[in-house]
Ligand binder design. Sequence first.
Ligand SMILES: Nc1nc2c(ncn2[C@@H]2O[C@H](COP(=O)(O)OP(=O)(O)OP(=O)(O)O)[C@@H](O)[C@H]2O)c(=O)[nH]1
Ligand SMILES: [Mg+2]
Length: 274
Amino acid sequence: MKLPQLISNDSNVSFSQFPGYAAKFEKKLSDIIKFSDFVIEIVDARIPVSSRNSRIENYIGSKPLLVVLNKSDLASTFFTEKWINYFKSIGIYAISANSKFDSLNKKIRKYISFLNFSLKRRPRTVVLGVPNVGKSSFINNILNRCKTKIENRPSVTKKVDWFSCGNYELCDTPGILAPKIFGENVLKNLVIAGVIEHKDIFEIVIDLINLIRINNNSDLFKLDDSYEILKNFGKSRGFLLSDGKINVDLAASSFLNDFRKNKFGRMTLEAPDD
Ligand SMILES: Nc1nc2c(ncn2[C@@H]2O[C@H](COP(=O)(O)OP(=O)(O)OP(=O)(O)O)[C@@H](O)[C@H]2O)c(=O)[nH]1
Ligand SMILES: [Mg+2]
């Protein structure tokens, strides 16, 4: 299977997004991790590298780490398996998850028994990750009820909350990004996956269409020109301006929404090195 590549890495591109509540939370992070017995880091299975915050790793230190490749229902099964093996090869236990529909409690209990704690209390874990990867959904899935607020946009959870599921305790946390993100690829991936909200999505969507075209044979993607594909998409939705031209900006945001809902098929945007 051919992996689509976003345009080449440009380390000169940077982006800043670090709201006050994230800075406040990061100050407490060391203490929360110290209080926890292990850490669960949620990443987006479509972008397992771009959706990791390298700063989080500095805080984790020697605590056991479980990486959860969440939203696996939106990613290529083939690449998710490759990613799990990659994490294993660097000594990190990783699992795939669909927090909307899987039953995840069993998988976590299995990991806890693998860690073989000799504690006189229930093990505690803190759930970390960048915004909008599904941390709160993961916790609700474990608790089997809606205890924490979920929305389809970044930065919904703004405070730390502990919950008990009977066998262990879990902590929901606000999503935090590194204060500065470097590299055009990473930035694009984060926008495509909905981790970052960005006004200027037109070029990103054109690049995304270039990628989808590689493996998608449906009628919409038969043309060679991604701009024409976007225009056809806009036309089919009736996104017209008063002068009769197609509203390509509206088409771009609608296309991105459809991509995030899996309307063009499952897709992983990053592959591990072989
Ligand atoms: N398809 C799919 N969607 C998911 C999955 N997990 C979460 N979502 C959706 O992703 C969006 C964000 O979920 P949240 O649980 O609020 O994410 P979060 O990481 O807590 O976000 P912040 O609190 O803003 O950092 C919601 O629309 C969820 O329904 C999953 O496994 N698959
Ligand atoms: Mg949340």
